[in-house]
Write a protein that binds this ligand. Structure first.
Ligand SMILES: *Cc1c(COP(=O)(O)O)cnc(C)c1O
Length: 205
């Protein structure tokens, strides 16, 4: 089980404190913030995780500063990251993000039709596809959470059985739902609020 400490919206000092406390996996959801924090902390023991949407024009910054990109949500982005990583002779690990809740506000490939694109991502030479990531709906309905996480796990298992994955990783679970996610097979939880408290400004005035 890996914990990614989500430092988005928190200071460099907070990120540094997490590292001093033994958390060496840090996550950001915006490419600019990730690149800036990675450059300023400049610690080779930190593994940086890109967990948010990546616009195509930010692909280079992400490919050069992240160790693992959780949020590969389209083939075009996968191709671009692969090409950049290959040119830079970098090994970039990725997860395909799936939308297992069906909510239009969530990114990711629809689970029902994802396997074909997962196969195409797996074929790219510049990246290593380790598994899948998903975001659950904001709900306390445990049955609903289990359904979303379970569907993601089943898709990961199908992809692994088909020989498409270089790992069996499942990035599932945030502060409000990580217990259920872990019970449903998560291997990577992305935790912000439970580690650092509310994000400054997150609550508004
Ligand atoms: C912000 C964020 C998290 C962490 O959220 P918390 O509720 O603060 O734990 C996890 N995953 C993604 C994709 C995020 O954007």
């Amino acid at each position: 089980m890996r914990i990614v400490a989500v430092t988005k919206g928190h200071s460099l000092a907070a990120a540094g404190a997490a590292v001093a406390g033994g958390l060496s996996d840090l996550g950001e959801n915006r490419p600019d913030e990730l690149a800036a924090k990675a450059a300023r902390l400049d610690d080779p023991s930190i593994r940086w995780h890109m967990i948010g949407h990546v616009q195509s024009r930010k692909a280079r910054a992400v490919a050069m500063s992240a160790s693992l990109v959780h949020s590969v949500d389209r083939l075009k982005l996968a191709r671009r990251l692969s090409r950049i990583a290959e040119e830079a002779d970098r090994c970039l690990e990725v997860l395909v993000q799936v939308n297992a809740s069906g909510e239009s506000t969530k990114g990711g490939l629809p689970v029902a039709s994802a396997i074909d694109q997962i196969g195409q991502v797996a074929d790219l030479r510049g990246i290593r596809l380790l598994g899948l990531m998903t975001m659950a709906p904001l709900t306390r309905d445990e049955g609903r959470l289990r359904q979303v996480f379970g569907a993601t796990r089943e898709l990961m298992e199908s992809a692994a059985t088909a020989g498409l994955l270089a790992g069996r990783e499942l990035s599932m679970g945030m502060s409000n739902d990580y217990e259920v996610a872990v019970e449903e097979g998560s291997t990577v939880v992305r935790l912000g609020t439970v580690l650092f408290g509310e994000r400054p400004g997150a609550l508004g005035p």
